[in-house]
Design a protein around this ligand. Structure first.
Ligand SMILES: [Mn+2]
Length: 309
């Protein structure tokens, strides 16, 4: 893989559509790394309106939404499936990822589904390859780890998670900047949305399942975004009895977006794989085109009920 990178003339680094700090952070970290080689490099993301909370990531302003035709190597970060790239690229592709559901769509794949973030996969690759991690790279990788572990609250956090965090902080990652941007900067709209979603939350199966149904009217009346809903769903896991939290959100142009979170007891990626979704044991998502929220809730609850022992 190192040879591929060394011999390429124009490398494109791809963050997935609607990127989070893990995907974009990795791409930015790799961009910082390649800048030292003075190689032609493009930072690409198909989504035009990036989440402004991510603007603290290094080289955020360098992200372009037009895929360069002269690229002879692409590297994708945190894209669990080929469609998440948001571009029909057919050349040589290196795929760095940690999704269990990843189907190894790259021509070269660097996937570790035990890693809690793609930034962990990338960090370990940098270490193996003896690539020096500068302060900008450290901050971007730390942001990815923090985001994907829910600010280190994921029950799967383990000694290697904290060893990596410790090392990155030593290399110049800024904890305060990352935590403020990723976890302490809510919009008023998201706050209002949280209140309304909490009020409407349904507890099922003796409180073991928290169900959130979100329609367009709720998003419109609060001004909240789909992205804001996910944090609310994750928060429901802090309720003592809740093992699984389910969000079914109506999409503007039809179909529904599903997010499923678990406290680790149940593998939610397995459930959503049946609906062409995927993710991780504790966090998974799916887009169900052509489904109404009613139908989706019914079918998903059937599947959840089956695995609740
Ligand atoms: Mn990730």
């Amino acid at each position: 893989m190192r040879e591929l990178i060394d011999s390429a003339n124009h490398i494109v680094l791809i963050a997935h559509e609607h990127p989070d700090a893990d995907s974009l952070g990795c791409a930015c970290a790799f961009y910082s790394h390649l800048l030292r080689s003075q190689k032609k490099t493009t930072l690409f993301c198909a989504t035009e309106n990036l989440d402004h909370n991510l603007s603290f990531l290094p080289w955020f302003d360098k992200v372009t939404h037009k895929f360069p035709s002269s690229a002879d190597l692409a590297i994708s970060f945190d894209c669990g499936s080929f469609t998440r790239l948001g571009v029909d690229y057919t050349g040589i592709l290196i795929d760095f990822d940690h999704h269990i559901s990843n189907e190894s769509y790259g021509t070269h794949n660097c996937i570790n589904s035990d890693a809690l973030s793609t930034s962990q996969v990338l960090y370990e690759w940098f270490v193996t390859e003896s690539i020096k991690i500068n302060g900008k790279m450290a901050n971007a990788l730390y942001a990815g780890l923090m985001d994907d572990t829910g600010c280190f609250r994921d029950p799967l956090c383990n000694p290697s998670t904290f060893r990596m965090a410790h090392s990155l902080l030593g290399l110049g990652a800024n904890h305060q900047e990352c935590v403020n941007a990723l976890f302490n900067s809510h919009s008023l709209a998201s706050f209002r949305l949280k209140g309304e979603m909490s009020r409407r939350m349904k507890l099922l199966h003796d409180g073991r399942v928290a169900l959130f149904e979100v329609d367009q009217a709720l998003l419109d009346s609060t001004g909240g975004r789909l992205l804001d809903c996910k944090a609310v769903v994750e928060g429901a896991l802090s309720l003592k009895t809740v093992e699984v939290a389910l969000l079914v959100a109506q999409l503007k142009h039809g179909g529904v977006k599903v997010s499923l979170r678990s406290n680790g007891a149940i593998n939610v990626a397995e459930i959503l794989e049946k609906f062409e979704g995927g993710g991780h044991r504790t966090r998974a998502g799916a887009r169900m085109n052509g489904w109404t929220t009613r139908e989706a809730i019914e079918k998903l609850m059937d599947n959840i009920t089956e695995v609740l022992v």
